[in-house]
Write a protein that binds this ligand. Structure first.
Ligand code: UT7
Length: 337
């Protein structure tokens, strides 16, 4: 780390597909109800990508909004990281398509830490800035999960949505991104997985017929319980390292997997529910995109102000999880980008 060099978030941006899919859509596909989905998850609707909308196209739109709000030209970006588990293609990276569409010439790569991808990306991007290896790092979280859903599995198909969010990191005089905690328990990889489509189980007519190329979640309740404990523990570790208390946190922007999980994390930390930002009702679980989408919606609606202490926390497949502690340094945008 270069002494005295810090990273701050200059701006965020997000993009959602146009198509709104209400809970009732699933009632004709599986044995479920709007009431069950609302009560158990807090989700009322999610967005599904339409023709021509992909992880790269949504990433590009979100990135353009973040850059416009920061007043930064795409060519000024030194590194692009796209966190996703639903890339446009296995090869090349989604970041390659986003880099080209934005007219950038910087290095770019994808990062897969599933739902924790954005938290991981902010940590990696911050390290690049503080080390002096890059001045401006664009971190995108983007997913098109609707294309890997099993629409006959009610335990998963009602949970997920599509979208993208982006954050521009740049050097700051004081720490904007104060610190991060990252974690992984690969021994629990089977709990949440897309079994086929990789080198272990290549796509075949048989794997497609068995829908092995879709999201499989085993024991949602176990994932639920671990998510609450792990996110709260990561947040506590982070606050302790920074010498701060949960009461110092102004806003919690957690991965929007389930409203009950997020509120339980807040409760475990002793943080007032009014400080916990929720937008899962409108967007569902968008995996790596959920935190940057929520940050953008919170910021543009005036929920985040300069000087606020923001705690992010995420948990998902891997099992991978983590948290970032951020001093918000961006003024509320007036560009309506
Ligand atoms: O972002 C990645 C990380 N993922 C997560 O964090 C997900 C964590 N897990 C969860 O959010 C919750 O466990 C779920 C929302 C997935 C499920 O909620 P739950 O309150 O844990 O329900 P459950 O799994 O205990 O299931 C209760 C009942 C079951 O029926 P029986 O066995 O009691 O007859 C399920 O079969 O609800 C049934 N069920 C449904 N019923 C109507 C499961 N999915 C549905 C559904 N509609 N969509």
């Amino acid at each position: 780390m270069t002494p005295g060099r810090h990273a701050r978030i200059a701006a965020v941006g997000s993009a959602l597909p146009r198509r709104v899919v209400p809970n009732r859509y699933f009632e004709s596909l599986v044995e479920t109800s709007d009431q069950w989905i609302v009560e158990r998850t807090g989700i009322h609707a999610r967005r599904f990508a339409g023709a021509g909308e992909t992880t790269a196209s949504l990433s590009t739109e979100a990135a353009r909004r973040a850059l416009a709000s920061a007043g930064t030209a795409p060519e000024a970006v030194d590194l692009l990281i796209v966190a996703t588990c639903t890339p446009d293609r296995p090869l090349p990276s989604t970041a390659a398509f986003v880099q080209a569409r934005l007219g950038m010439s910087c290095p770019a790569f994808d990062l897969n830490a599933a739902c924790a991808g954005f938290v991981y990306g902010i940590s990696v991007g911050t390290s690049q800035v503080t080390a002096g290896a890059a001045d401006r790092v664009l971190v995108v979280g983007a997913e098109v999960l609707s294309r890997v859903l099993n629409m006959t599995d009610r335990t998963t198909c009602v949970l997920f949505g599509d979208g993208a969010g982006a954050a521009l990191l740049e050097p700051g005089e004081d720490a904007g991104v104060i610190d991060s905690v990252l974690a992984m328990d690969g021994a629990q990889a089977e709990l949440l997985t897309i079994p086929a489509g990789g080198s272990e189980e290549p796509t075949t007519a048989e794997s497609l017929a068995k829908l092995r190329n879709t999201i499989h979640m085993r024991d949602g309740q176990a994932v639920f319980k671990q998510a609450v404990v792990a996110m709260a523990a990561a947040a506590t570790e982070l606050l302790d390292k920074a010498g701060l208390q949960p009461s110092d946190v102004d806003t919690v922007v957690a991965h929007q997997a389930n409203a009950r999980i997020i509120l339980a994390v807040g409760k475990r930390l002793g943080i007032d529910p009014s400080k916990v930002f929720l937008d899962i009702a409108e967007v569902g679980n968008t995996s790596a995109a959920s935190i940057p989408i929520a940050l953008d919606r919170a910021w543009r609606s005036g929920r985040l102000s300069r000087g606020d202490l923001v705690l992010t926390a995420a948990f998902g497949a891997g099992l991978a999880w983590g948290a970032n502690l951020i001093r918000w340094t961006a003024d509320v945008p007036n560009d309506h980008a």
